[in-house]
Design a protein around this ligand. Sequence first.
Ligand SMILES: [Zn+2]
Length: 303
Amino acid sequence: MTKKSSTWFKIHQIYRALRCRVGTGEKTFFWLDSWATDRPLKEEFPLIFGLAKNKMNKVSHNYKKNQNGVFWDWQWCRLPNNDSEKNEWIALKDLLVNQPVGRNEDVWRWKENNVLGFSVKDVRKDLSGIIDVNMVPTDYEWSKIATSKVNLFVLRAVEERIPTMVSLRKRGVQLGSDLCKVCGIEPETADHIGIHCPAAKEVWLQIWLWIKIPLRDHREKITTRLSEKAEWPKKKMKIIYAIHLATVWQLWKNRNNKIYNNKFTDPFKIVEEIKEETYDWVRTRAKLSEITWSDWKNFIFME
Ligand SMILES: [Zn+2]
């Protein structure tokens, strides 16, 4: 199976093929969904997206209504202060002025055009109903340390909206078996790949040892593991959270590597990849630019 024809690739295209007609804006992510144009605003205005404080805001969070009409506003990490940022900001304000918001429900629909060379009609035929496009998203804490790609992936995983064998079969996609391709023991769900699979358990044990937090129940769900932080050291909480996201992401990548390349990765190697990816994040996206690889491997640092 080539990358381009893989189901995973198609799912990506589905998200890109949806556009929201915003009513009140309560179901639509301001930055992450396509609504004002055919692309998400985070892609149209990447610099301004970088400056926005709450990247998971719904459209409804970002405007207020008064007798003069609609007034757009949100919290910033800092205001635009150079020419490129200011130009984006002006263009975004121009776009928003023309958005009729405030009445009716948000409605999702398919974009008319083909997306990256294959027709939306084909995708719909293959995967009709695979995602409930009008579903209200769960509460999910966006990590500023993790990349957007990883945040979005885990957000979908906690909602079981990633293309696992079980979710594909539920939606009528013909498959030989819905068992996990990594262990072959249990049906493949997002929680299985992220936590319950023997390979995942092994990885988590090593991660807990590394970041020095207590062991947890291997039967819990991803969403529980991400939200119960009482035993995490307060000062390292944000970094530990980002490491959790990276772990779920790397376990999914490992699963894909098994399915598409028939490669089995040793759990020690997966843990190494998690350490390397998060080392990049904390140096560039958290305030730990000085931390050495050896300190990171021992999880010794002060925030
Ligand atoms: Zn498994």
